[in-house]
Design a protein around this ligand. Structure first.
Ligand code: AP5
Length: 211
């Protein structure tokens, strides 16, 4: 089974992914997480990507498509989180899956009003060592106490600062929203009301996927 999580920044794609990947034995492929680990490792790709990411801009299609294609060929079922994000990327994904004799089974669109997205992003704290996220309002959040991760210190992503958030929102509207029609026309898309609690969002997804 191959699933795409589509939605604006802060809509909860990453939060739902860990639960979904475990429950349905999917390989979670988050392009944002892959790029952030490239930055931490100091690789050439990471250095190139950080210029775009810190400002809230998308990394160029050719870089992302190459990176995803390489990973797709090495895994079976995939949960795509943050890819595709442009029509070019969506078309490249179709080609790549078709070459591998695979198809997309579901595209889940996480619908959340923009005021709530801004609130979530500006309150988010992230772990440098793993994909876990927390909110500033939690009492002394720490990754160490919450998981097997050893990291004590949380940080605010550069792109979760107000100026970068506005650029990300605009990029989402201009470049990613056209994918809603692309997948609607293919009859693959289901709307998720992601402005509910984390547990309620999971329940909606389970009802759609139920293997
Ligand atoms: P990426 O990391 O993919 O960022 P994003 O898509 O902007 O998504 P986020 O990680 O910000 O949000 P999310 O939907 O995962 O929400 P989360 O679960 O964390 O990409 C970062 C950058 O990398 C891009 O800007 C770009 O530069 C580059 N990039 C990545 N992919 C690319 C591509 N394909 N092409 C080009 N460039 C690419 O939740 C957010 C917060 O809300 C958390 O604090 C969480 O705890 C909380 N929360 C989650 N669910 C709920 C809920 N139901 N109720 C209340 N709070 C909730």
């Amino acid at each position: 089974m191959n699933i795409i999580l589509l939605g604006p920044p802060g809509s909860g794609k990453g939060t739902q992914s860990s639960h979904l990947a475990k429950k349905y034995s999917l390989n979670h492929l988050s392009t944002g997480d892959v790029l952030r680990s490239e930055i931490v490792s100091g690789s050439k790709l990471g250095k190139e990507a950080s210029k775009y990411m810190n400002e809230g801009n998308l990394v160029p299609d050719e870089v992302i498509i190459g990176m995803v294609s390489q990973k797709l060929s090495a895994i079976d079922s995939v949960l795509l989180d943050g890819f595709p994000r442009t029509l070019n990327q969506a078309k490249a994904l179709d080609n790549e899956l078709s070459n591998l004799s695979k198809t997309i089974n579901h595209v889940l669109y996480f619908n959340v009003p923009s005021e709530e997205l801004i609130q979530r992003l500006s309150q988010r704290l992230s772990c440098r060592n793993c994909p876990n996220t927390f909110t500033k309002s939690e009492n002394n959040p720490s990754c160490k106490s919450d998981s097997s991760c050893e990291e004590q210190e949380l940080y605010q992503r550069e792109d979760d600062k107000p100026e970068a958030i506005s650029i990300r929102m605009k990029n989402y509207t201009d470049l990613t929203e056209p994918l809603l029609n692309f997948y609607k026309e293919k009859n693959l898309m289901t709307n998720i009301d992601a402005n509910k609690s984390i547990a309620e969002v999971s329940e909606q997804i389970d009802k759609i996927i139920h293997i």
